[in-house]
Design a protein around this ligand. Structure first.
Ligand SMILES: [Zn+2]
Length: 89
């Protein structure tokens, strides 16, 4: 599988399995899981200022649609249990 990098921090995107009951309609996304990613770090302030909620988002890439954008998170540990550590070769 092609490896992709986060366009905000340059880190390698991780394969993150979505739960079967999720609304996303995909098996997995490629997501920047770096807690130092500026997109994610600034997201906390952005969401608090705009919406008064404690939330942020991470950069995600949808390999099925060749589409990227934010995926919301409510805590730093959101989705971390879903990361597939090894890429299939
Ligand atoms: Zn990043």
């Amino acid at each position: 599988m092609e490896k992709r990098k986060c366009k905000y921090c340059g880190g390698e995107l991780k394969k993150v399995l979505m739960p079967p009951q999720s609304d996303w309609g995909v098996e997995y996304f490629l997501i920047c899981m770096s807690d130092d990613c500026p997109y994610y770090v600034q997201g906390w302030d952005w969401m608090m200022e705009r919406y008064k909620v404690k939330a942020s988002y991470r950069y995600k890439y949808n390999p099925e649609k060749d589409d990227d954008g934010p995926i919301p998170v409510k805590s730093p540990t959101d989705m971390k249990d879903w990361v597939v550590v090894q890429f299939e070769s």
